[in-house]
Ligand binder design. Structure first.
Ligand code: SF4
Length: 239
């Protein structure tokens, strides 16, 4: 039995800019209407959902926020609900105690400093409890239409595995993506890449045999994985 080994450098080389364009174009064609899989109704519920989604699946967050947003759809209502009851709503999500504290605290700060609104300002967003660069990038992209690139575990892996944007830290990968992806594709590219990582270019077994962006990808193992196909593909964890 052939076993695909994890390569130290998963990509043969960095993609050329022409390959970057082709890669993103092919992902877009496969999934033209890609959007966030988190449920939200406005900027505030988006911000809370993204804070809750750290180290949790979007599906688990959506299950919890259905009742949470019914009971507390605004910063004022969230503060009135209080940390304990917020915690009861989100107990099925990892790190729920810290997240409950942060959601109530950030709601208090929105009321005290921003008139209850989500600020369109990176520094202001990152000053809120539980909000880091990745969360701020998602909010600026989805709520305000900015061409930001939030690098989560999927995008970090794809950037390195495929040669799209090699980098040793999420910030390095983000900077490469912002530099290398054509400006007119950057904002939606965030969604195309996340969905591609979640459903096709998976961590343990990338499904190269059905990948819409096979040709420009520079992953060393892609030919092997395509050859063996879905039934016999061995585990191939690169990141
Ligand atoms: S699924 Fe395979 S071919 Fe497609 S981008 Fe990922 S590693 Fe490359």
């Amino acid at each position: 039995m052939t076993t695909a080994k994890t390569p130290k450098k998963p990509a043969r080389r960095a993609m050329t800019l022409a390959e970057v364009r082709a890669f993103i174009t092919q992902l877009a064609a496969a999934n033209p209407n890609a959007e966030s899989e988190l449920d939200f109704v406005d900027d505030y519920t988006l911000l809370v959902a993204v804070v809750l989604s750290a180290q949790a699946t979007d599906a688990s967050v959506n299950r919890a926020t259905k009742a949470l947003f019914r009971d507390a759809p605004t910063p004022q209502a969230m503060v009135e609900l209080g940390e304990e009851k917020v915690g009861a709503h989100i107990r099925t999500i990892g790190l729920w105690r810290t997240k409950a504290r942060n959601v109530v605290a950030l709601s208090q700060q929105l009321l005290a400093r921003f008139d209850g609104k989500v600020p369109y300002d990176r520094a202001a967003l990152e000053s809120l409890p539980g909000v880091g660069r990745k969360t701020a990038n998602v909010v600026m992209n989805v709520a305000f239409g900015d061409s930001t690139m939030a690098v989560d575990t999927h995008i970090f892996r794809i950037g390195n595995r495929t040669g799209l944007a090699p980098g040793t830290t999420p910030r390095a990968v983000e900077d490469q993506l912002v530099r290398r992806i054509p400006a007119d594709m950057l904002r939606p590219a965030h969604h195309w890449l996340i969905l591609h990582g979640r459903y096709v270019c998976k961590a343990r077994k990338p499904e190269c045999w059905r990948c819409p962006a096979f040709d420009p990808c520079q992953y060393r193992m892609k030919d092997d994985l395509r050859a063996v196909g879905p039934d016999k593909a061995a585990s191939s964890e690169a990141f």
